[in-house]
Design a protein around this ligand. Sequence first.
Ligand code: B4P
Length: 188
Amino acid sequence: MTRRMLIVGPPGAGKGTQSKKISEELGIVAISTGDIFRENIKGGTPLGQEAQKYVEAGNLVPDSLTNRLIEDRLSWDDAENGFLLDGYPRNLTQVEAFDEIIARLGVELDVVLELTAEKEELVSRLAKRAQQEGRSDDTEDVIRHRLEVFESETSPMIAEYSTRGLLKQVDGLGAVDEVNARIMKELR
Ligand code: B4P
């Protein structure tokens, strides 16, 4: 059974949505770097003040900050028996750092799950969320920029996990429960 996994995919593919469900189904903690940054921005913490300008522009927060955050978070007791990372690693530099972090913890990654979706669907989902939640990085210009950052920085890291034989791809189109059923079939 899968205990340690990543969920990857472009903005709007459904990572956050599906990771909450997978976490309940597998009984492992879901950790979203995006959520951690947003909570800290809202709370005005030093981490939030540092991350805010990057998140709001749709750029990646500096690797050193993000890597330290994850190393600390994975040392908590709730991650001891498994974890699902949503949104990390996000580029090849973070993959290198993550390799070192899990080696220090003495654990291995079981699977990297990629959710796929067409660009038009992604833009439309995020535009809908902008109306409902008003996230400051869901404006049209920033959405486009996040998709470009995904292509240039995150796609190569997904290719790296494919080379390592860890990648499983799942179609993210369709109703949330349909997508979830596809994911669980792949994981079991
Ligand atoms: P994230 O929080 O990871 O934002 P995201 O890529 O948009 O994914 P999210 O999880 O929110 O959306 P989802 O696809 O589930 O990152 C935000 C920012 O944080 C980044 O731009 C960056 O600045 C920073 N950051 C995060 N991690 C970092 C890292 N490692 N290094 C550096 N910086 C980092 O869902 C989108 C919408 O689609 C939702 O409204 C949902 O309801 C809807 N949806 C989901 N599934 C659907 C379905 N099947 N059908 C219809 N709608 C669906």
